[in-house]
Design a protein around this ligand. Structure first.
Ligand SMILES: NC(=O)c1ccc[n+]([C@@H]2O[C@H](COP(=O)([O-])OP(=O)(O)OC[C@H]3O[C@@H](n4cnc5c(N)ncnc54)[C@H](OP(=O)(O)O)[C@@H]3O)[C@@H](O)[C@H]2O)c1
Length: 368
C-alpha cells in the first residue's frame, strides 16, 4: 500500500466518528510495519479513547500483547491530526508512541488547539521519532473544518452564502424577497442549512424578506432545525413572523433592548451587548450554546462587514444567468483595502442547470 492509500484509510476510519465525537475532532489511525497494516482505530465518541490508542488495542487484539509489542517497535503511525500531548479525559497519545518505540509518524495537519499546536510533534521528535507532516493536508482540513475554525479563531465555523445575478446583484431595494436562483440551487441551500448549527441574517433582510430560515431539505418533520440569529437593532419582533413557524431557537443580537412578545416561547432570546465587540461576544455566546457553525445568508451589509473582518471560512456564491441592472442591491462590495490582503482558495465549481455554484476557502496558517 502507498502512503496515500494508507492515509485514505485513515480518513475513512476518522469519518466513522460522525456526530459522536464533537466538540472533539474526527481522527483515524493506521499503524503499519514493513508496508503491512498491523492495527487500525478511530476516535469513536467524545470522552472515549483516541484513535492511536484504539489502533494499538486493535494490534494487541489481533496478535496478542507480546507479538504486538514487537510489531509496534519501529512501526509507522498514520494519523490525520497531530497526536495530543496533553492529559484531558485520556492520557496523551504521544506517550503511547514513545512507549511502544514507534519509528515514524505520518500526520496530515497540526492540531489547531493552542494547547497542542505543534507540541505533540515536538515531543515525538525529541524522543527520536521521525515526523512527516502534510500528507493529504487539504482533505484533513476539510474533514475537521469546524473543529479547526473553533480552535484557531475561538468562533464558530462561518460559511457566507451569496445568491447573485450575473451583474452581482442580490436583490432589489423595496421589492421584498427577490427570487434569484433556480429550484436546484435552492434545494442545495436547504442542504447547506442542514449542515450548519445556525443561520444568520442582518436586520435589513429580516425586515425586507420576512424569511423562515428553516431547512426544508427533507419532508420529515423530525429534522432538527438550525438556530436562527438576527443581528441589528432595527427590529420589530412580531409573533407572526416567518421565523417562528417552527420552534427552533431564535436569537436577536443587538446593542439596544429588543422587545420579545410574551406569547413567544423561551427559545426566543435577545442577546444584548455593547457596540464595540458585539460580533465577537456573539461568537463566544454561540459557542457556549454548542453552536459550532454559522451559515451567513445576508444581506449586503452583513456580508461585507464579515468579509472585511475576515469572519468567514468558506464563501459560496450561487450565480444565476440574470441581470437586475443598476436598481439592484450590490452583493459583495467590500472596500479594496480591507480585502486585498485576504487570500481565497478555489475549492469547487458545480452547476445546477443554468446556475453556477462556486466555493472558496479562506486560507489557513501553515501546517493547519
Ligand atoms: N441574494 C442573496 O443572497 C440575499 C441574501 C439575503 C438578503 N438579500 C437581500 O439583501 C437586502 C438586505 O440587505 P441589507 O444590506 O439592507 O441588510 P442586512 O445586511 O440584512 O442588514 C443590515 C443590518 O444588519 C445589522 N448588521 C449587519 N452587520 C452587522 C455587524 N457586523 N454588527 C452589528 N450589526 C450588523 C445592522 O443592523 P441595524 O442597523 O438594525 O443595527 C445593519 O444595518 C434585502 O433586499 C434582501 O432581499 C439577498
Amino acid at each position: 500500500m502507498t502512503d496515500f492509500e494508507v492515509m485514505q484509510r485513515v480518513f475513512d476510519l476518522a469519518a466513522k466518528g460522525g456526530h459522536n465525537v464533537a466538540p472533539n475532532p474526527l481522527v483515524g489511525c493506521v499503524i503499519t510495519k514493513n508496508g503491512k497494516i498491523i492495527g487500525e482505530g478511530w476516535h469513536k465518541k467524545y470522552g472515549g479513547h483516541h484513535a492511536e490508542v484504539n489502533a494499538i488495542r486493535d494490534c494487541q487484539k489481533k496478535f496478542g500483547n507480546n507479538a504486538a509489542k514487537k510489531l509496534l517497535h519501529k512501526s509507522t503511525f498514520f494519523v490525520n491530526l497531530e497526536p495530543c500531548s496533553i492529559e484531558k479525559n485520556t492520557p496523551p497519545c504521544t506517550e503511547k508512541l514513545i512507549e511502544f518505540k514507534a519509528k515514524k509518524l505520518v500526520c496530515s495537519i497540526k492540531d489547531p488547539n493552542p494547547l497542542i499546536n505543534g507540541r505533540g510533534i515536538k515531543k515525538l521528535k525529541q524522543a527520536g521519532i521521525d515526523v512527516q507532516l502534510g500528507l493529504m493536508k487539504d482533505e484533513a482540513r476539510k474533514l475537521n473544518k469546524i473543529f479547526i475554525a473553533n480552535h484557531l479563531y475561538s468562533r464558530p465555523f462561518i460559511t457566507i452564502k451569496v445568491a447573485q445575478t450575473l451583474d452581482s446583484k442580490i436583490g432589489l431595494r423595496g421589492a421584498g424577497q427577490v427570487r434569484i436562483t433556480n429550484n436546484k440551487s435552492i434545494k442545495d441551500v436547504h442542504k447547506l442549512r442542514k449542515e450548519h448549527d445556525s443561520i444568520m441574517i442582518g436586520s435589513g433582510t429580516l425586515n425586507e424578506d420576512n424569511p423562515m430560515l428553516s431547512t426544508r431539505f427533507s419532508l420529515s418533520k423530525k429534522i432538527s432545525q438550525p438556530m436562527k440569529v438576527i443581528i441589528g437593532n432595527n427590529v420589530n419582533v412580531k409573533s407572526k413572523m416567518g421565523l417562528f413557524k417552527d420552534f427552533s431557537k431564535v436569537i436577536f443580537a443587538s446593542t439596544k433592548e429588543i422587545v420579545i412578545p410574551k406569547d413567544l416561547t423561551k427559545n426566543v432570546i435577545n442577546f444584548k451587548n455593547a457596540k464595540q465587540n458585539i460580533v465577537e461576544n456573539l461568537f463566544s455566546y454561540l459557542l457556549d450554546l454548542n453552536c459550532r457553525s454559522i451559515l451567513v445568508e445576508g444581506g449586503n451589509k452583513l456580508f461585507n462587514s464579515f468579509l472585511s473582518k475576515g469572519y468567514y471560512d468558506e464563501l459560496i456564491i450561487y450565480t444565476a444567468p440574470k441581470i437586475i441592472g443598476p436598481e439592484g442591491i450590490q452583493g459583495i462590495d467590500v472596500d479594496v483595502d480591507s480585502f486585498k490582503s485576504k487570500m481565497l482558495t478555489l475549492d469547487a465549481i458545480e452547476n445546477f442547470e443554468n446556475d453556477l455554484k462556486v466555493t472558496y476557502r479562506n486560507k489557513k496558517p501553515n501546517g493547519i
